[in-house]
Design a protein around this ligand. Structure first.
Ligand code: G6P
Length: 494
């Protein structure tokens, strides 16, 4: 499936476009994932000879690698050439749960409870070594698969060292790295051990281009580089939209001076896909079931998240409780539909947070609920069709992360909404850079202000709501996944 001369375009990400399940009888079942990358990559078409390199995330994935030698059966992947890497489970755990999810995710989302954590001890050093090994496995595979001068698009904090490692192995290829998260400001990034921070920065600067979701994250990254003035200089195209930065850097093992371009590609919602998907029969069925659960004539506040510390679900529930307390007229007349889907359950802190979300939702129902009204409907089983049904019927969407690279829910709701939906949006979500005009923006830590914004959203006149929804949908779809992906690819080939 990979042409003899190698692939012209390669994508590398931890989570690939397909995952496997293993039945008791040994049969493998493939489940294809969605998301911006899958849809973006489809834009280059099946003939482009693109290869996607990803990691095996489970025992079933490892079994699929064992049976196929790592080049997955195209029948499982919708024709996409996928090379899945079987990384030693201990190494994978240290790299993914240890460094990627418990260190880099925490740093970029500024999630540490600073007086007690982080602790960079011997266990951390072992995890860091695992992260290096895991990044090297990707660099090896990419070096093997790439044609001369190929374009390699590396994704996210899991693979921050790959650009530098790949450049050492294959100086001929063009490399980009895209961050789907925020980037920590220099003052916060300083938490990391100095050598680790250096490795991350130099690893990423192995790329020809670095992409971020917003100006804010790109500018945090380039501020970090500007602080290293004895190695680097940063110039920028002020006043030009989109803004671009150029980081010039010198390092002995690399060619004398190289320049890494940094720019912003704000991933948008895929309107055509979402609208079509949201009107299929399975979504219709869930819409009917949700309406039944909610009860007639009630307003609906919807949130849809992974149960993720940065999503701020607990404060969102407190704000809703405060709304019911300060505006008793909403009791019996509003329902908060909260979908909080499981995420990273290998980590105790995520399990605790999941329990806390359920506890607070339960307390609100015990305090305010009546025989005829359940104030919070919490669902935790991941169901995309039901999420779309909730988007369609929402009067208000609550998206209040304490920090978020973009947040696609904020962009998807206005596109799918049946009758217009008011958006209460955290100013700390990357999406706020484009959506601030149509949304009601809040400080996500401020429960009183969030409760007040929920009230304002619920009482918004239908005409204003419709008009804002239109503006939100236009901004949300400015850069759909296919254009987002092609823009990066073209920039890299320039
Ligand atoms: C979110 C983030 C991505 C990240 C992904 C990993 O979608 O926006 O930046 O790559 O989570 O999630 P996972 O479930 O694979 O840990």
């Amino acid at each position: 499936m990979v042409a003899e001369r190698g692939a012209e375009v390669l994508v590398a990400s931890n989570r690939g476009p397909v995952s496997y399940g293993l039945a008791d009888d040994g049969a493998l079942t493939a489940k294809r994932g969605g998301g911006g990358l899958v849809s973006g990559l489809s834009a280059i078409g099946p003939d482009a000879g693109a290869v996607w390199v990803c990691a095996a995330l489970s025992d079933a994935d490892r079994e699929a690698v064992r049976r196929t030698g790592g080049r997955l059966d195209p029948a499982d992947t919708g024709g996409q050439a996928v090379r899945m890497l079987d990384i030693d489970p201990g190494v994978f755990d240290g790299a993914y749960n240890g460094i990627a999810n418990s260190v880099l995710w925490f740093v970029h989302h500024m999630l540490y409870q600073i007086p007690l954590e982080p602790v960079f001890d011997a266990a951390f050093r072992e995890q860091w070594a695992a992260y290096e090994t895991y990044n090297a496995a990707f660099a090896d595979a990419l070096a093997e698969e790439a044609a001369d001068g190929a374009a390699v698009l590396v994704q996210d904090y899991h693979l921050a060292l790959v650009p530098g490692m790949l450049r050492e192995r294959r100086p001929d290829v063009r490399i980009s790295h895209f961050s789907h998260t925020p980037w920590a400001p220099p003052e916060y990034l300083r938490i990391l051990p100095d050598d680790v921070r250096d490795q991350l920065i130099w690893g990423m600067l192995g790329a020809d281009r670095l992409g971020f979701l917003t100006r804010r994250w790109a500018s945090a990254f380039t501020s970090e580089c500007a602080g290293r003035w004895d190695h680097m200089s940063v110039t920028t195209t002020h006043g030009v939209t989109p803004q671009r930065w150029y980081v010039e850097h010198t390092r002995t093992q690399l060619p004398p001076t190289r320049t890494t371009d940094v720019d912003v590609h704000p991933l948008g919602a895929d309107a055509a896909f979402l609208r079509e998907r949201a009107h299929r029969p399975d979504v219709g069925e869930r819409l009917a079931a949700l309406r039944e659960e909610i009860g007639d004539g009630r307003k609906v506040i919807v949130r849809v998240d992974r149960t993720e510390l940065s999503k701020n679900i607990v404060r969102g529930l407190h704000a809703y409780a405060r709304l019911l307390e300060t505006h008793p007229e909403w009791r019996e007349n509003v329902v908060h539909v909260a979908f909080a889907y499981p995420s990273r359950q290998d980590l105790a802190v995520y399990r605790d947070y999941t329990a806390e979300v359920a506890r607070v939702a339960g307390t609100i129902n015990d305090t305010y609920g009546t025989a005829t009204w359940r104030p919070v409907i919490l669902h935790v089983k991941d169901d995309f069709a039901r999420s779309l049904a909730a988007y369609r019927l929402a009067d208000v969407a609550l998206v209040n992360p304490i920090r978020d690279g973009m947040n696609l829910v904020a962009k998807e709701v206005p596109v799918v909404s049946d009758d217009g939906c008011a958006l209460v949006l955290s100013r700390e979500a990357g999406a706020a850079e484009e959506l601030a005009e149509g949304a009601l923006t809040v400080n996500p830590y401020d429960i009183e202000a969030t409760a007040a914004a929920l009230h304002e959203a619920l009482t918004m006149e239908p005409e204003e709501r419709a008009e804002r929804t239109k503006r939100l949908a236009a901004a949300a779809t400015a850069l759909p996944p296919q254009s987002w992906f092609l823009a990066q690819l073209e920039a890299l080939r320039d």
